[in-house]
Design a protein around this ligand. Structure first.
Ligand code: AP5
Length: 212
């Protein structure tokens, strides 16, 4: 089963992808995480990627499609695409790559939210430095003992692009380049919507209901 989670920054794609990994044994492919890893590598490409991400702009299609191609060629029993595709050329490339592997996109689930909620979510976000579990100062606080509920890790980090200026740019990129994918998948008969403003457990139940 291959699932695309679609939605603006802060919609909850990463949060829901982790549930799908735990419950369905799928592999999460987050291009944002892959690019952050590339950034840490200190290579010339990593440095260029870091600058683009800090500005809240999109990295080139060529780079992200290359990253996804590598992962798909390595094989797996099903993927959750979190933050990919983000442009129409990326969506076409994904269809072709999956076809080459004898697979297809099974579900495209849009997590629909309103922009007001995103600022609060992004501003309050932190992740476990060890396992990547996502927390929020208001809606999902780090446990009182300071340990990650999933792995017991005690270090948490905040993202460099989680500031208001970068968020505005990321939102603009979403509306200009990614939101046309809603129409693209609607025409293909694959677009489904879940209310991403509901609490985390309700969103999880609604996503699971789409998969049955
Ligand atoms: P990426 O890492 O993909 O970031 P994003 O799309 O901006 O999405 P986020 O990770 O910010 O949000 P999310 O939807 O995963 O929300 P989360 O679950 O964390 O991309 C970063 C950058 O990389 C891009 O700007 C671009 O430069 C580059 N990039 C990546 N992919 C690319 C591509 N394909 N092409 C080109 N460039 C690419 O939740 C957010 C917060 O809300 C958390 O604190 C969480 O606890 C909380 N929360 C989640 N759900 C709920 C809920 N239901 N109720 C209350 N709180 C909730």
């Amino acid at each position: 089963m291959n699932i695309i989670l679609l939605g603006p920054p802060g919609a909850g794609k990463g949060t829901q992808a982790k549930f799908l990994v735990d419950e369905h044994g799928l592999t999460q492919l987050s291009t944002g995480d892959m690019l952050r890893d590339a950034k840490e590598s200190g290579t010339e490409m990593g440095k260029r990627v870091a600058e683009v991400m800090a500005r809240g702009e999109l990295v080139t299609d060529e780079i992200v499609i290359g990253l996804i191609r590598e992962k798909l060629e390595a094989g797996g029993r099903g993927f959750i695409f979190d933050g990919f595709p983000r442009t129409l050329p990326q969506a076409d490339a994904l269809a072709e790559l999956l076809q080459e592997e004898g697979q297809k996109v099974d579900h495209v689930i849009e997590l629909r939210v309103d922009d007001e909620a995103l600022v609060q979510r992004i501003a309050g976000r932190s992740t476990c430095a060890n396992c990547g579990e996502v927390y929020n100062d208001t809606t999902k606080p780090i446990p009182a003992d300071g340990k990650c509920a999933k792995c017991g890790g005690t270090e948490f980090k905040r993202r460099a692009d989680d500031n208001e200026e970068s968020l505005r740019k990321r939102l603009m990129e979403y509306y200009k380049q990614t939101s046309p994918l809603i129409g693209y998948y609607y025409v293909k008969g694959q677009h489904e919507v879940v209310d991403g403003l509901a609490d985390i457990e309700s969103v999880k139940a609604a996503v699971n209901a789409k998969l049955t």
